[in-house]
Design a protein around this ligand. Structure first.
Ligand SMILES: Cc1cc2nc3c(=O)[nH]c(=O)nc-3n(C[C@H](O)[C@H](O)[C@H](O)COP(=O)(O)OP(=O)(O)OC[C@H]3O[C@@H](n4cnc5c(N)ncnc54)[C@H](O)[C@@H]3O)c2cc1C
Length: 449
């Protein structure tokens, strides 16, 4: 007997992972994707950059514990370029009008690298409050931690104010949140998942040639991926379901057995469900938001940073927030710096026009590295908050959100199965997107036949 048909809404990594697993298991699938490309927030910019160089507009780094993403790169025969571990992000700092290496005692008046190390140790200690980061609700003080914010924890930390600024900046860029906006339970969960051993900096990787090759290869396996198909409504009855979508100026209704909803919370809010989703799912979609983030990718005719023995990674209290060099392993005379701006500054950058955002980034870097602006050859930028089918970078769990929504994020709502990075243990990562897609494919196979 042929298994019933599944409609997957969203061709990001979550939707594609669900579709691939179901397709391989013999289930008929249709993927409906609003944009004219697959990949969602896994999107590589190539156009206009000299020397064949490229930079990631969205998801970029794959951590060494991201088994599913690493497995996909192996499966598709894609090469990985290693990136230095965690310490790289806090090695070079521009704070309070000073600029240099964290361990430059003459500059900062103390070894700031040692102070920052103490914060990582405190984060590892915080992580012990969540013995099983895959099940945070079972942590002994889960509700109490979730009521507090990362800001409460930072206030109580006995470290130099510069180290606090560095960690605040890191939270802004890593979680797209001001410290008071981030649930302490979520930060503790991250401490347990990613920072449990302060001695181990971990390793991360980029996909050589661009991360978008992964969703493209996944989509190429699938029999029915429809682009430019904007889903506006999902209907369910006891006997089946259907998805209504607009494509090429026409409205279509596709009958199906089950729906995988693999879109971020913002776009999900705009889909009309008939009957309405259960109260738990409605509350989850109305409360969860993706944090603001922009990237500005600046290609310079030559890699001026090599003159000052700098690798391109910088944390700063200026509004640009942080930078790194996507071309570190790419050949060519030119080089690209990515300026990554999250949280409140990310919202401010999103409100600017593209030209003003680019100029702000180039100018702030020129103030730190005089003469660099004259070397700019090409720029691109992306403000994820302004993208109607993303509405932000990745999900930010505010105080109270983990306790309120963790269960609903993983439970089907009748014939609708919810996937996406927001529903995953490795929330916020491409790994989480794939994890969630694989989870719903398994749930459907177990319960749906
Ligand atoms: C700036 C930035 C940097 C990041 N850095 C990293 C990183 O270094 N490492 C990492 O692992 N992760 C990173 N991430 C996160 C990672 O990119 C995401 O977690 C992941 O790609 C999300 O995949 P997804 O499938 O859940 O959602 P998406 O990729 O957003 O896919 C959802 C899809 O649904 C489509 N859609 C939306 N509404 C509709 C509709 N109504 N009808 C039909 N289709 C619809 C969208 O167009 C989209 O294609 C970053 C993200 C951003 C934005």
């Amino acid at each position: 007997m042929t298994p019933p048909h599944i409609t997957i809404i969203g061709a990001g990594l979550a939707g594609l992972a669900a579709a691939c697993d179901l397709h391989r298991a013999g289930w008929p699938t249709t993927v409906l994707e609003a944009r004219l490309r697959v990949g969602g927030r896994a999107y590589t910019f190539r156009d206009g950059f000299a020397d064949g160089q490229y930079a990631e507009a969205g998801g970029e780094f794959i951590e060494d514990i991201h088994e599913r993403m690493l497995a996909l790169t192996r499966e598709f025969g894609l090469a990985l370029d290693p990136v230095r571990g965690m310490g790289e992000w806090t090695r070079r700092l521009a704070l309070a009008g000073k600029h240099g290496e964290a361990d430059d005692v003459a500059l900062w008046g103390l070894d700031l690298a040692v102070e920052i190390e103490r914060v990582w140790q405190a984060l590892a200690m915080l992580g012990t409050a969540v013995p099983d980061p895959t099940r945070p609700l079972t942590a002994p003080r889960a509700a109490e931690l979730d009521r507090q914010s990362a800001g409460d924890w930072l206030n109580g930390l006995d470290v130099h104010p510069f180290a606090k600024t560095v960690i605040t900046t890191r939270l802004r860029s890593e979680y797209l949140a001001e410290p008071e906006q981030l649930s302490l339970l979520e930060l503790a969960r991250w401490g347990a998942l990613y920072y449990s051993d302060p001695e181990d900096e971990g390793e991360s990787f980029r996909v050589r040639g661009g991360v978008d090759q992964i969703p493209q290869r996944m989509a190429a396996e699938l029999p029915d991926v429809r682009l430019g198909a904007v889903v506006t409504a999902v209907q369910q009855t006891a006997a089946g379901a259907s998805a209504t979508f607009h494509q090429n100026g026409q409205t279509h209704t596709l009958p199906t057995a089950y729906v995988v909803l693999a879109v971020p919370p913002g776009p999900a809010r705009q889909i009309v469900f008939d009957p309405p989703l259960p109260a738990s799912h409605q509350a989850m979609f109305s409360n969860l938001h993706c944090g603001p983030v922009t990237k500005v990718m600046i290609q310079y005719r030559r890699r001026f940073w090599e003159d000052v023995n700098w690798r391109g990674s910088l944390l700063t209290d200026r509004s640009i927030t942080c930078t790194w060099q996507p071309t570190i392993t790419q050949p060519g005379e030119s080089g690209i710096l990515t300026v990554y701006t999250g949280a409140k500054a990310g919202a401010d950058f999103s409100a600017m026009g593209e030209r003003e955002r680019i100029e702000t980034a180039v100018t702030q870097l020129d103030q730190l590295f005089p003469g660099s602006a004259a070397l700019v050859s090409h720029t691109r930028t992306m403000a994820w908050l302004n993208e109607p089918f993303s509405q932000g970078g990745y999900t930010l769990f505010k105080p109270g959100d983990v306790m309120a929504h963790w269960r609903a994020l993983r439970e089907p709502a009748g014939r609708v199965y919810v996937a996406g990075e927001h529903t995953a243990v490795h929330q916020g990562y491409m790994e989480g997107a794939v994890e969630s897609g694989q989870r719903v494919a398994k749930q459907i196979q177990e319960q749906g036949a």
